[in-house]
Ligand binder design. Structure first.
Ligand SMILES: Cc1ncc(COP(=O)(O)O)c(C=O)c1O
Length: 356
């Protein structure tokens, strides 16, 4: 049942299969007397970067460095304005409105569903089990035939857990459609990326980002790792100059910076401390294990508690409306000072609630 590279083309929307992409300036020639792109000829630099010229549409240097960092070919990676842009390409390449369908393993990151609505693509909602794990055999038994792709998030947002690798492999082996694994939080987990399975499974698409462990959410830089056939289709549908020059340069620099290791370690230490702190609080009935930079916990009166914290300027996410997450709050691990204050104020509100 495994998909081979030939089959990938058949999964692509017919109008995209033979799409001739917009041919843009800077595609081949980047130096010389550049009179082809209606740019300004006058050099303008911002923080050392020339900005009067269009950026490299193929992100050559960034992709080269990223590929080296990941141990893949540069034809297997492409960067977007955040991994949210990658989602846009996935829908554009694979999903015909009102015809194809996508599966989302709930509870999870809300953007998959929002994107599906934008593209008018129905969603098959598949529930993770009680431990928030993905059960591949159950999925394979119930998945309708018109489902074109499955979104899995590992570590999952907002539950925090890595999904079981063998379960993901089992769908890849036994399903002839696309499996997208969003690894936005992988660097916090100590787990191994699914991208190492790419050689075996051309129907696997892995999404990563610079917004979390790399600490660069403001740059808007995410990327996708996939079979080169899939990446070629993404290149065809993306806006020609989707990544500005500065972001491309910053991305290259981020990959050579060593500071992230220390930051990640500090966040993991704090995650442990916040977890212990939460477990000691009255009214907190569960703190779920986390492989990410946030914690999900169940607290009495979650909604009122979130409101009171917000009133004091402490912003956390009430996730109670998601399936299986009644009374659950998601809190991001902040600086040690922020975490201490959060725990103090949370204790105060929970105790006040107990006294009411
Ligand atoms: C699971 C998941 N994927 C992707 C994103 C978005 O990442 P980016 O900032 O790269 O668009 C988020 C953001 O919170 C996320 O939680």
């Amino acid at each position: 049942m495994t998909v081979d590279r030939q089959d990938l083309r058949g999964l692509v929307r017919p109008n995209i299969r033979d799409l001739e992409p917009y041919s843009c300036a800077r595609e081949t020639v980047q130096k010389g007397i550049l009179l082809d792109a209606n740019e300004s000829p006058y050099p303008l630099t911002r923080r050392g970067t020339l900005v009067n010229r269009y950026p490299d549409p193929y992100q050559r240097e960034l992709r080269r460095v990223l590929a080296e960092h990941l141990g893949v070919d540069s034809g297997n990676v492409l960067a977007g304005s955040g991994s949210d842009e990658v989602l846009d390409w996935i829908f554009k390449v694979f999903c015909d409105s009102r015809q194809d369908c996508v599966a989302v393993a709930h509870p999870t990151y809300g953007m998959y569903q929002v994107m599906a609505r934008i593209f008018d693509v129905p969603v098959f909602e598949f529930e993770l089990n009680r431990n928030f794990d993905f059960e591949s055999d159950r999925f394979l038994r119930v998945v309708p035939d018109n489902v074109k792709l499955l979104f899995l998030c590992s570590p999952n947002n907002p539950t925090g857990n890595l999904l079981n690798r063998d379960e993901i492999r089992n769908v890849l082996v036994n399903w002839d459609r696309i499996v997208v694994v969003d690894e936005a939080y992988l660097e916090f987990s100590g787990g191994e990326s699914m991208l190492h399975e790419l050689g075996e499974f051309p129907n696997l698409i892995v999404m990563r980002t610079f917004s979390k462990a790399f600490g660069r959410a403001g740059l808007r830089l995410g990327y996708v790792v996939a079979d080169s056939v899939v990446i070629d289709y993404f290149v065809r549908v993306k806006a020609p100059y989707n990544l500005n020059t500065m972001t491309q340069i910053e991305g290259v620099e981020a990959l050579s910076s060593l500071e992230e290791g220390g930051r990640i370690k500090q966040i993991l230490n704090e995650r442990e401390r916040v977890m212990k702190g939460l477990k000691r609080l009255p009214g907190v009935s569960a703190v779920f294990p986390s492989d990410a930079n946030f914690l999900l916990f169940r607290a009495l009166g979650a909604e009122a508690v979130c409101r009171k914290l917000l009133f004091e300027g402490i912003v956390v996410r009430n996730r109670s409306s998601l399936p299986g997450l009644k009374s659950c709050i998601r809190v991001t691990i902040g600086t040690p000072e922020e975490n201490t204050l959060f725990l103090e104020r949370l204790r105060h509100h929970l105790e006040a609630q107990n006294d009411e």
